[in-house]
Every structure is written in C-alpha cells, then in structure tokens.
Design a protein around this ligand. Structure first.
Ligand SMILES: *Cc1c(COP(=O)(O)O)cnc(C)c1O
Length: 474
C-alpha cells in the first residue's frame, strides 16, 4: 500500500496559502466597508436581512473557490452587519474599534498564535505581561495584581468568583477545587439588586445558586444601598458594580470595600465598562476605593474600543486566581515565564493581548483618560438636548448611559421602534422602575456632536410620527 497517497485538498490549500491576491482582495473589501460605514443604515434594512438567506444552503460536497467565498461574505454579509463601528450606534454598551487595534488584530490573526503557554508564543506571553503591568498602572491597583485575558466580562466574572469562592473556603479549611461542593462549608453571596444578569449566570455555573444570593436593594440610580449591607464576614462573597448596565451608576466602593476588607470578605467588582472611569482624571472619583477589592472583571471591547472578544480578569491575590484555574498534564510545559493559561479557564486561546496592547499603546494614559471623558461629555450633551426637547431623563448621567422616555409607556415603546427602524441611529430599550425607557449608551470614539444632533432629530421625528398616527386613529 502506498502510504504517500496525496490528498487533493491539502495540495489545493497549500497553493491557496501562497496566493497573496486573496488577501489583497479581502483588504480591499475591508477598506470599502470602513469607508461606507458612516452612510450605511445603522441596523440592516429588510433587503439585507432577506439577503442572508443565501447562506442557508446545504454543505456542499465539493470544495469552494476562495474568491467566491469571500465575495459572498462581503456582498451578503457586510450589508447585514450592524454599523457598530460608525458613530450612531447606541445599543447595549458596544464599543467601536480603535484603528491600530484592528490592524494589530489582522497581523496577529495571520500569526495564528496559541496563547496557552510561553513556549507556544513568546510574543503573546510578553505582551500579556506588559498589558498586565499597564492595567495595574492605569487603575492604580496593587502591584501584585494578576490579569488574565478572556473572551469577555461573563468569563472574567466566572474567574473572579471562582477565585473568591475557593479562597474563602480554603480559609475555612476546605479545598473545594479537589473535594467539590458536596460537603463544603456554606458561604454567602451578597450582590446588588441591579447586578448584571451575567453575575447570576456565573453563580449558577459555580454551584453558588443564582436564587440563593442575598439581594441588597438599590437606590434610585441603581446603586447598592450601603446601609442595607450588614452581614459581612469571612464567609461572604460581595459582588459590587462599577457601571450599572442601565444607569451607568457606581457602587460606593470607598465604604463597602473598606467594610468588607475589615470583615474578611472577598469583594469582586463587575466593572465591565465602568472600571475604565478609574483611568480618567475627571471621572475617577466614581471608582474611589475600588483598588481595595479583591478581584475585578472588565471588558476592553466596550469603553476602551478594542475589537470584540476582549475581556479581562484582574485579581489582587495572584495565587488564588492561578490555583483556581491551574491545570496539569504530562505534556504541558510550564515555564518560568508567563504562561497565559494559568490565568484563564481556556487552554488554547487566541492572542487577544495583541489588540489590547495596541489599543493602550495608541492611546497612552492621557488618551485613555480623554477617551472616557469624551464619551461622558457627549452623553451629557445628548441628555441635555433630549431634555430641552421634552424627553424625560430618568438617570443622573454620571458616566456614558442615558435612560430617556417620552413619558407615556406606549408612546415610548412605539417611538423606540420607529427610531430603530429609521436606520439613522440605534438604541435599545429597557425597563427602569417598571416603566419602559429608551437606553442610550455612548461607547464609541466615532460618535461626534453632529452624530448626536442627527440622532436627536431622529428621536424628535419618530415621536412626532407616532403622535400623528395616534391622532389619526382618534
Ligand atoms: C456587558 C456586561 C457584562 C457582560 O460582559 P460580556 O463581555 O458581554 O461577557 C457584565 N456586566 C456588565 C455591567 C456589562 O455591561
């Protein structure tokens, strides 16, 4: 038998790997996309959505042509994207994309590094080490703080809460990572009523029970009521928040972290988008005392405007984090350098730190500070303009989130639908104090004051049209 049998597909792929024209073509498509983004409807129109049906085909038996594949993706895919990298997308808390950070991602995607171990990618290991130091510096965190680079805050939360759970139980004489939760000493989880749903998800995955957590009432801005936090002790995992997902408000870290520390509790801060306030000269008053927590989860893909899939877990207790996430195997070669997999649940993982490094290097300390302050200033401007035009503002715009409505719940919802369908800008909806509100998040450096004026016009026009419709039916 001839064991050198040639596989046609590998021959073809090797040929394609040498064909640089394909990559030139992709570059042209990408540049065309970037140029068109300011004029593209912010959410895809029905035509573009219908166009997506071309993708719903059975897997072909034969191989496809790379130019046709990329052409199809650009023709039908690009137009059905949400124009999140433009200036008038205000949905969720989705950041834009810093140019050099995207460019760095292109290059590092080409490297296709595995960030698990130093020996697999020295460059990624070093950039992770550098990013860790820079983040500690930006946020003024304890010098020994560890950072792990994960997909997003949801995963980062899981890491921080695992480290906290394990450390608390260890102090009670129990090794939960080895023995499991079956005979574990009880610990208590305390969180705010306004905690993000990803906190509940993490608690449920960790066996701490999403319903078992003690919920502290929130004040009118979504902050944990400080006086209601009474039962802190060394069996307590306290979850605080930097940036309520609706109002953008911040818990009182100064008082709560101090109290928790004195009681021997573990404090985790969900700072998905709000932790970046700590890097702003003008806004760091919002995060005062946050450095006294034990762990923090945050995203680089929101406020910092790094590309997506860029979350960070930071933990002041390096050992607690690495012990919780450590893995062994006879073929795993740990080094005396930084092995990234010690800080994340993943083993194989892409080199996210490259984009983070490029974003931070592009901005510098002053740039990060200015970026965050700019998002805040524009949010204040948008809220003022809305108020001048008789929209109700439901929150103090201390950061980058605005909750607004027209007063009447039904008209608010209809107005929001009209705004979303207009293609001029996009915002989501939420309920605040049980009333429907329009949720605006200014989270991209691309947003200009002109973008806000144009979006304001879309708000006013949508409300007018809804009111006219209602009058017509009376
Ligand atoms: C976005 C967000 C999360 C979840 O982060 P992902 O990166 O989407 O996993 C958690 N908490 C808050 C406050 C958020 O805004």
């Amino acid at each position: 038998m001839d064991c050198k049998k040639s596989r046609i597909v590998s021959d073809r792929l090797r040929e394609e790997a040498l064909d640089m024209k394909l990559f030139e073509q992709v570059k042209d498509y990408a540049v065309e996309y970037m140029n068109n983004i300011p004029d593209q409807p912010v959410s895809p129109d029905q035509n573009s959505i219908d166009g997506l049906n071309v993708f719903r085909e059975p897997l072909s038996v034969d191989s496809g042509d790379p130019y046709e594949i990329i052409g199809m993706l650009h023709q039908y895919g690009s137009s059905a994207t949400v124009a999140q990298t433009g200036g008038r997308y205000f949905g969720f808390v989705n950041g834009g994309i810093i140019p050099v950070s995207l460019a760095a991602k292109w290059l590092s995607d080409t490297w296709d590094q595995n960030a698990a171990l130093y020996i697999m990618s020295p460059v990624t290991s070093v950039l992770e080490e550098v990013c860790e130091k820079w983040l500690i510096d930006l946020f003024n965190f304890p010098a020994e703080t560890a950072a792990g680079f994960v997909g997003g805050t949801s995963t980062a939360l899981l890491c921080g809460l695992t480290a906290g759970r394990n450390r608390l139980m260890e102090q009670l004489g129990y090794d939960v990572s080895k023995k499991g939760l079956f005979n574990a000493p009880e610990i208590r989880v305390i969180l705010g009523e306004g905690a993000h749903s990803s906190v509940y998800k993490a608690l449920s995955i960790l066996g701490l029970g999403s319903e078992r957590a003690i919920k502290i009432p929130m004040d009118h801005q979504g902050r944990m009521s400080v006086d209601a936090v009474t039962k802190l002790d060394s069996r307590t995992l306290l979850v605080l928040q930097a940036g309520n997902v609706n109002t953008g408000s911040f818990d009182n870290f100064e008082v709560l972290c101090q109290k928790a520390r004195a009681a021997g509790s573990w404090v985790h801060v969900d700072g998905a988008f709000g932790l970046w306030a700590a890097a702003s000269n003008k806004l760091k008053y919002l995060t005062k005392g946050i450095e006294n927590a034990n762990s923090w989860s945050l995203d680089a893909h929101k406020t910092l405007n790094a590309p997506y899939d860029n979350g960070i877990i930071m933990c002041a207790d390096r050992e607690a984090l690495t012990k919780a996430l450590h893995m062994t195997g006879s073929y795993i070669i740990y080094s005396d350098k930084r092995d990234g997999m010690l800080y994340t649940p993943d083993m194989s993982r892409r080199a996210r730190a490259v984009e983070l490094w490029a974003a931070l290097k592009s901005l510098g300390k002053n740039g990060v500070s200015e970026l965050v302050e700019d998002l805040h200033d524009k949010s204040v401007y948008f809220a003022e303009k809305l108020q001048q035009n008789n929209f109700i503002i439901h929150n103090n715009v201390t950061f980058n989130q605005i909750l607004t409505s027209v007063g009447n719940p039904d008209i608010t919802e209809k107005t929001l639908n009209k705004i979303q369908a207009s293609g001029n800008c996009w915002c989501g909806g939420a309920k605040w104090n049980n009333v429907p509100v329009i949720r605006i998040s200014i989270c991209s450096y691309r947003t200009t004051y002109e973008d806000i004026d144009r979006s304001l016009d879309a708000f006013i026009k949508a409300r007018e049209e809804i009111l006219k419709d209602i009058e017509g039916t009376l």
